[in-house]
Write a protein that binds this ligand. Structure first.
Ligand code: 6PG
Length: 466
């Protein structure tokens, strides 16, 4: 009998199944397009002996040892519900379904509650690291009933990335907590990617450098404080040559960024919680704007593009600017997690979250070691930027961010994520902002009332009320 089952042999599902088999577990696999199952098993080499090809959901369930656990790796949304509906009648009380895709955590909460009514366990499990991570060690963010994690914990920890001897996998909280954390992980991923792209834009359009000319800079940064997976792969992407044109590959890639929804979900949930992860919002917006190629071309013919090659930026300053912006993006993500944790009563351990992001996932970076430590010590007012180790860094890095943003804006180059990160930072170091005027306006046109600073009385009105 197989130790675990898996439905969905797309890129991520197939990689995860091979990872599980390689760690010594027997796994039964099923896929809606049945031909794919045989092809997958045939191509698995020596791991094939650990794989059971199940051509129907019934065969899959019948091949599992009880209590059964089945991982679903199917596209988010209707396909997950359809797969669950197929499996429910075949399962017994105490069996566990694990959704390992990028689900909207609201769906996970709904599914967990519905399955609990039938005595079935439902785990929402965020898996990060792309295909390579899934195959050789992803970061795994688990949510759902804590007791049901026991059923899959051994396998999950065995397949997860290893960070200095400890697995990058953890049960983080009930119902949708795991998928929420994964969603915010992706939101941070969007912000980080956008900020890196903005720096690339400054170097390419502001300084007139070719992609290959900028690659050494990213390689150097990857030896320093910015060391991270995304900086590392950026250097590789910048260096890649196109076989057809013989020129830089980047020069033939359309500048229209795809998005499957996790960044947008992060922003939606932040707004629902009365929060704003502005760097993430800007990154999502920038992807949307990137898809409006024809409108951008029309804008360029009407207003003209920024003049190229007018900037000369200091490499060290760019590095510091990116570091400051990155810290702000991580901090906004953590603040959002904290807010959701309080709202949904999850008791999320932010230190643990940062720990399991240190290896395997897309946003893994050297910073996360310090972030986990800062989170363990408690973030003053919930802000990473106020944690002593980070406040010191921000003192040095923010002036660089300001100069880089100023230079970029002066040259007319868009920097939505970096400039909004700076605006957030400046807002959060201003004890008296300008919202007094907004309160005055609100009271003027709608008698919404304001609080007085001199006597603390609320629901006060201006003279216009008379
Ligand atoms: C990860 C990635 C992964 C996937 C995203 C990309 O953590 O492994 O985030 O989940 O690459 O879905 O999302 P977009 O298509 O929205 O960029």
């Amino acid at each position: 009998m197989a130790d675990i089952g898996l439905v969905g042999l797309g890129t991520m599902g197939a990689a995860l199944a091979l990872n599980i088999a390689e760690r010594g577990y027997d796994i039964a696999v099923h896929n809606r397009t049945v031909e794919k199952i045989g092809q997958f098993v045939d191509s698995a080499g020596e791991l094939a002996s650990r794989l059971t090809a199940a051509e129907t959901p019934e065969a899959l369930v019948a091949s599992l040892s009880a209590p059964r656990s089945v991982i679903l790796m199917v596209p988010a949304g209707a396909a997950v519900d359809a797969t669950i509906d197929q499996l429910i009648p075949l399962l017994d009380k105490g069996d566990t379904l694990v959704d390992a895709g990028n689900a909207d955590f609201n769906d996970t909460r709904r599914r967990e509650a519905a399955l609990a009514e039938r005595g079935l366990n439902f785990i929402g499990m965020g898996v990060s690291g792309g295909e390579d991570g899934a195959r050789h060690g992803p970061s795994i963010m688990v949510g759902g009933p804590e007791k049901s994690y026991a059923a899959i914990r051994e396998i999950v920890e065995a397949i997860a990335a290893d960070y200095q001897g400890s697995p990058c996998a953890a049960w983080l909280g009930p119902d949708g907590a795991g998928h929420f954390v994964k969603t915010v992980h992706n939101g941070i991923e969007y912000a980080d990617m956008q900020m890196i792209a903005e720096v690339y834009g400054l170097l390419r359009d502001g300084e007139g450098k070719t992609p290959a000319e900028t690659a050494p800079l990213f390689e150097r940064w990857n030896e320093g404080k910015l060391r991270s997976y995304l900086i590392e792969i950026t250097a590789e992407v910048l260096r890649a040559q196109d076989k057809t044109s013989g020129g830089p590959l980047l020069d033939v890639i359309r500048d229209s960024a795809g998005q499957k929804g996790t960044g947008r979900w992060t922003v939606i949930e932040a707004l629902k919680l009365g929060q704003s992860a502005s760097a993430i919002e800007s990154a999502v917006a920038a992807r949307s704007w990137s898809s409006m190629g024809e409108a951008r071309a029309a804008g360029e013919s009407r207003f003209g593009a920024a003049e190229k090659g007018t900037l000369s930026l200091d490499d060290g300053e760019l590095e510091q600017a990116l570091l400051a912006a990155r810290i702000i993006a991580y901090g906004q993500g953590l603040a959002l997690l904290q807010s959701a944790s309080e709202h949904f009563d999850w008791s999320l351990d932010l230190g643990r979250v940062a720990e399991i992001w240190r290896a395997g996932c897309i946003i893994r970076s050297d910073l996360l070691d310090d972030i986990s430590q800062a989170a363990r010590e408690g973030l003053p007012h919930g802000l990473l930027t106020l944690a002593p180790a980070f406040a010191d860094r921000m003192e040095t890095a923010v002036p660089a961010l300001r100069r880089v943003v100023l230079e970029g804006l002066r040259a007319g180059l868009p920097m939505p994520a970096m400039s909004s990160a700076l605006a957030w930072f400046d807002t959060m170091r201003q004890s008296r902002g300008s919202a007094d005027l907004i309160q005055g306006q609100r009271d003027f046109f709608g008698r919404h009332g304001f609080e007085r600073t001199d006597n603390g009385l609320s629901d006060q009105h201006g003279p216009w009320a008379d």
